[in-house]
Design a protein around this ligand. Sequence first.
Ligand SMILES: Nc1ncnc2c1ncn2[C@@H]1O[C@H](COP(=O)(O)OP(=O)(O)OP(=O)(O)O)[C@@H](O)[C@H]1O
Ligand SMILES: [Mg+2]
Length: 506
Amino acid sequence: MSENVLELSNIVKRFPGILANDHVNLTLKKGEVHALLGENGAGKSTLMNIIYGIYKADEGEIYVNGQRANITSPHKAIEYGIGMIQQHFSLVPSFSVAENVALGLKEFHLFPRIDVIKKRLRELSKKFGLDVKPESRIWQLSAGEQQRVEILKLLYMNSQIMILDEPTAILTPQEAEGLFKTIKEMVKYGASVIFISHKLKEVLEISDRITVMRHGKVVDTLLREEADEKILARKMVGRDVVLRVEKSPPKTGDLKLSVKNLYSRSDKGPFAINGLSLEVRKGEILGIAGVAGNGQRELAESIYGLRDYTGEIEIDGTMLKPLDVHSRINHGVAYVPQDRKGVALCGNLPLYYNLFLKIFTSKQGDFNPYLFNPISLKKPAEALVKEYDVATSSLDLSVKYLSGGNMQKIVLARELTLNPELIIAVHPTRGLDVGAMESVYKILIKARENGAAVLLIAGDLEEIFTLSDRVAVLYEGRIVGYSEPDEEHLEEIGLMMAGIKKERVG
Ligand SMILES: Nc1ncnc2c1ncn2[C@@H]1O[C@H](COP(=O)(O)OP(=O)(O)OP(=O)(O)O)[C@@H](O)[C@H]1O
Ligand SMILES: [Mg+2]
């Protein structure tokens, strides 16, 4: 069966100073999972936004089920049976799941029948294995749960063409497996899926065909059988990529961070950190392994002074107070948070401001206008953009217009260049292409070699193994054990992550 449900013909999209889509041709067959791969800034999200009616193509045509389609808005796209989950979600945090679905309905209802929506949502949740309650408020849900809400919205609207822009970037490996099951179910019911990811393994697992983009152009479309990780990486970045970086044995020094008996609550109310203790020395990378939702976010935020806590957090032997970010910054702490768009960046500010947000304040944290000089900032900004290979048309571009991976590069550039002494990195390579991932690994290892202490919180065990000198396992807000960072200890770590085995201390 090779019926094309969607066909893109010679799509061109220009932004000031950049050709984001350069005569792109792409077909999507009925019942197919078609993966879209490409470097950060290659033009994937732009292309998807055109299909979904958020952007208008400058040139080219779109055909849906063989008919020329004129998609001028997401509303129109939905009428054509197209649904999209964007790289950054678009749910209303204070509304319930059902209310969010009501907002996206094709017909406008002044008083939508919430009970009817809830009932149908329960049916869909069951049928597609999407565990989420229609009554829950969005702000209380984990990222994985929010994504299920987005998928439910598409199913509710009966989308036949589903665009998933980096859906697995925010998922745990277990959640990603769950999503793949759901995708397979959706395809069984006749949907066709465009799936964007930087994780080559996943792409090879889930897709029927794979299209690789570079610099706005389609490089190639392959059948899954024709592809492997090496071939794909090479097509994406134009060179071989090594994700196993060399590192020398750690030269650990003095204690940099000491956390004792820490308690901290999650936004939902209960304690997410339950009497946690850990230590990180200068010159070492401590990897925190754990299933998402076991306190990762609360741990990082407490240490950085963004979340209230009881217990002791000491840096360089100095006891720090809760909710005091500036003393952390003064101690050379860098923070790469999990939510780049919501926490780390000011979307409306130009890219180069975002690179220096941390130096506009005095030691006490007051805004200091003398430190703020746009002209003198441009030169170092330019150097950072070059060093981190940020794809942008201008330093003045509002950072919200950067591609997802390039936003992440801005955060990393800001945090990692001020010679940090303690780096709290939460999912540092989330959304980065394999080439960029390789350079972030090198940067973190270099920081460690220069004597920085690194607390690495990541969902991907492979990443933890590649970078860490020791692994601590976080379970229900406590460190339940330590292990060596290698594949041989995978089972031991897995059991601790599941809360089954409490093991060695050290
Ligand atoms: N509204 C906009 N204004 C200006 N430039 C834009 C806008 N939207 C996208 N761009 C630029 O277009 C290029 C392609 O971005 P796009 O988001 O499509 O990349 P991507 O392939 O999705 O990358 P990633 O893997 O990092 O998500 C980037 O250089 C980006 O900065
Ligand atoms: Mg993107």
